[in-house]
Design a protein around this ligand. Structure first.
Ligand SMILES: [Fe+2]
Length: 290
């Protein structure tokens, strides 16, 4: 098994790797090390079935199981059972930052994509934090932000703000959680930036105007071209990415080009000695967005 980097910013393709053959314990450990180093791993050009993705994702940690017992969801612009998901542009985010446990990792299998399907973009928040000027890093070190999500909102191109929560909103409509801007990842022991264009409302410790200036400064560094990898999908691509190290977005409406993804995520992380439990609690209450 080898890796070939996908960009200067992040990501690597696994080569000389057969996703259809069960991995040894040593290979699984190596996959987790590659994951923590590159933050996104791609398997391309193989006849990948759903069970191959499930086995592969299961090397990294215990898999998230939904309330209905299923271990997967689908992100599609095809109408299925009267419902299409993920149609519109999707702002930059990390999954689940509006809850106590932001997701550790997410995987997508491109079950059916046309060559002109909209790409998925990834930005490296660990790298962006490392490259911050020292004074800016010191400034954000003690600060926190409020993240939130409107569970009733279908649109994925509108930034969350606590200022837009109506006084008479039902209790289950909005979920919010306060997070440190600099976040210690439980699985890779890295530091990352946990502020995003989609879910971050404001900095707790600052007046709104200063808060917004600071957030826009951080967004401009996070989402700068040199810190981003754009993944142009090919049929049966499998990727798994670090949801804390990387932000992801869909930069445009899906349009009509076929784009159907099978999505799985983790509820923890396997170490060589055991398991870090990290259940996706809030995601079950709010609609997921990918
Ligand atoms: Fe997402």
């Amino acid at each position: 098994m080898k890796v070939e980097p996908l960009s200067d910013a992040l990501g690597a393709e696994l080569v000389e790797f057969d996703i259809k053959r069960p991995c040894t314990l040593e290979e699984r450990s190596l996959l987790r090390r590659f994951f923590c180093k590159y933050h996104l791993l791609l398997v391309r050009g193989q006849d990948v079935k759903a069970e191959d993705q499930t086995r592969f994702v299961g090397y990294f940690g215990p898999m998230h199981r939904r309330a209905d017992g299923k271990q997967e969801t689908f992100i599609s612009n095809r109408v299925e059972k009267g419902v299409a998901t993920g149609q519109s542009r999707l702002l930059w985010h990390q999954d689940g930052t509006y809850g106590i446990h932001p997701g550790i990792a997410t995987s997508l299998l491109a079950e059916d994509v046309s060559p002109d399907a909209v790409p998925t973009l990834f930005a490296n928040a660990v790298r962006a934090l490392e490259q911050l000027p020292a004074a800016l890093r010191s400034r954000i070190e003690p600060l926190h932000t409020v993240h939130g999500k409107d569970a009733y909102l279908e649109r994925t191109d509108v930034r969350f703000s606590v200022d837009n929560i109506p006084d008479d909103a039902p209790g289950e409509q909005f979920v919010t959680f306060e997070q440190p801007i600099i976040y210690d990842t439980p699985h890779s022991r890295q530091k990352t930036l946990l502020v995003s264009e989609f879910f971050t409302s404001h900095v707790v410790e600052l007046p709104r105007e200063q808060s917004e200036d600071l957030l826009q400064d951080l967004f401009s560094r996070l989402y700068a071209d040199g810190n981003v990898y754009g993944h142009k999908w090919q049929a049966q691509d499998v990727i798994i990415w670090d949801n804390m190290a990387l932000h992801h977005c869909r930069p445009a409406d899906m349009g009509t080009a076929t784009r159907r993804m099978r999505r799985q995520s983790l509820d923890g992380w396997f170490t060589n000695d055991g398991t870090i439990d990290w259940p996706e609690t809030v995601v079950a209450r709010a609609r997921t967005a990918d």
